[in-house]
Design a binder for this molecule. Structure first.
Ligand code: HQG
Length: 192
């Protein structure tokens, strides 16, 4: 994906995940906004820039290594990552037996006590594979800690999971008893 599209993709994530109001957008309960309204808002913010078109959005979705956005008819949404106040509805679904979460070594002590919490976002984000969890954790720590989530046990105990995209699962929170440290400093010894 060329730099122009990478930049647009980031701006779309900002608009659809975090600050739709800055773009005059009001996502529905599933996070969708009209494609035309998004394009108009993007282009109004950058009058000198080559206008963004629906074809650009389709190309971003088709070529991005991560499936972040989805177009359905004349609407578009972010599939995960939301932080704005109105919680997006994701349909509860049965997760794979195990999921992974990449985080910083620094966060481990608090996670050991509290479990995984959504923090600034609406949901906790979990990965279907270790490589992706490592990539997520590496955004903030060059030697990220990887947690294994016993999603099967958590789900059967009533923790709710939701599908983000094919690789990203969401949860309201994950209590510590379902977490095991795969890579990182000794989880049981981690201190504040
Ligand atoms: C941590 C990106 C202390 C959590 C990624 C994480 C992902 C705790 C941070 C998606 C905690 C929140 C989301 C607790 C959780 N105490 N720290 N009890 N519970 N944390 O960015 O999962 O590329 O909101 O471990 O790839 O890192 O943008 O969540 O380190 O899929 O599409 O609090 O965003 O996707 O950080 O990342 P974030 P995340 P994109």
């Amino acid at each position: 994906m060329d730099q122009r599209l990478v930049h647009i993709s980031k701006e779309i994530s900002y608009a659809l995940r975090h600050h739709p109001e800055e773009f005059g957008l009001a996502p529905d309960e599933q996070g969708f906004v009209p494609v035309d309204a998004l394009l108009a808002a993007l282009n109004a913010r950058h009058p000198g820039r080559r206008p963004v078109t629906r074809a650009d959005l389709e190309q971003i979705i088709a070529t991005s290594p991560k499936q972040r956005h989805q177009i359905s008819g004349d609407r578009i949404r972010a599939l995960y990552g939301h932080s704005f106040a109105t919680r997006i509805d994701h349909a509860p679904a049965t997760p794979p037996d195990v999921l992974y979460h990449g985080t910083t070594r620094r966060a481990l002590a608090s996670i050991r006590r509290q479990g995984l919490l959504p923090m600034e976002r609406q949901y906790v984000h979990l990965s279907t594979n270790v490589a992706m969890a490592r990539e997520v954790g590496a955004r903030r720590d060059e030697h990220p800690a990887i947690l294994l989530v016993d999603a099967k046990a958590a789900a059967s105990d009533g923790v709710r999971f939701y599908l983000g995209n094919n690789d990203v699962w969401l949860a309201d929170s994950v209590p510590p008893q379902y977490l095991t440290l795969l890579t990182g400093p000794d989880y049981s010894q981690s201190q504040d």
